[in-house]
Design a binder for this molecule. Structure first.
Ligand code: KIV
Ligand code: NA
Length: 265
């Protein structure tokens, strides 16, 4: 089967077919998600939270993102693989941003990068796109700026912030982004932005009118303990499932039930 491309994502928006995206950080999960038929796998810097246990996305490094991306690319099947540029590897200047994007593409084999921000990173995006690297934008709640905002609450609820977001979205499209993530903004604004842009929007807590949806896979399969924002639909309770399995294993080992006659040589 043929790999999903940024052009195919554009065609999907044009004909009204929704884009399904999830995060992935390792080979096993990427294999399952690729086999399931996801359109896009995002190697999110949420790996900093759900893989490494950090409180924020800030500590994860470019080398660590490349390691996750290499693993995901090997399992992704036909899915397009997009990788977050981590905090501190693109905000300095456009040359630094280009070098970071090139390292991700060369060393991981991924198909594109994602960056948080609007007008302030437009020059960097243009430079990366000019080098032939597809860029996905990210507006609304941008976790790399958590210390500027102070909370993870809904963004762009007031008119001023909403106007800025709409303007940033247009700038990102004009800068050459092939798609745009909208995180935790009012559904009405998600709809407005999605309708005003030619490129597809991918929402997370941005309402039903975005051109696609994304969730952190660990959250949607219930691996994450005690994280249940309103926008999250949890499809499995793997925390409980794995804990029950681990407890059963402990019981079997301690009770001399495992291994049995068939489970030995
Ligand atoms: O890192 C991440 O998981 C993301 C998605 C929530 C869009 O950026
Ligand atoms: Na991210």
């Amino acid at each position: 089967v043929k790999r999903i491309t940024t052009h195919i994502l554009q065609e999907m928006k044009n004909r009204g077919e929704k884009i399904a995206m999830l995060t992935a950080y390792d080979y096993s999960m990427a294999t399952i998600l690729g086999d399931a038929g996801l359109d896009v796998l995002l190697v999110g810097d949420s790996a900093s939270n759900v893989m490494a246990g950090h409180e924020t996305t800030l500590p994860i490094t470019l080398d660590q993102m490349i390691y996750h991306a290499q693993s995901v690319v090997r399992g992704a099947g036909r899915a397009l693989v997009v990788v977050d540029l981590p905090f501190g590897t693109y905000q300095g200047n456009s040359k630094e941003a280009l070098n970071s994007a090139i390292r991700i593409m060369k060393e991981s084999g991924a198909h594109g990068v994602k960056m948080e921000g609007g007008e302030e990173i437009a020059e960097s995006i243009q430079r990366i796109v000019t080098a032939g690297i597809p860029v996905m934008g990210h507006l609304g709640l941008t976790p790399q700026s958590i210390y500027k905002f102070g909370t993870y609450t809904v963004r762009a609820k007031d008119e001023l912030e909403a106007e800025k977001l709409k303007n940033d979205a247009i700038i990102l499209e004009q800068s050459g982004c092939f798609s745009l993530v909208l995180e935790k903004i009012p559904a009405k604004l998600g709809k407005e932005v999605s309708q005003s842009l030619h490129i597809p929007t991918i929402g997370i807590g941005a309402g039903p009118d975005c051109d696609g949806q994304v969730l952190v896979v660990n959250d949607m399969i219930g691996l994450t303990k005690g994280f249940k924002p309103r926008f999250l639909r949890q499809y499995l309770d793997l925390y409980t499932g794995i804990k029950d399995a681990a407890e059963a294993y402990i019981k079997d080992v301690k009770g001399n039930d495992f291994p049995n006659e068939k489970e030995q040589y």
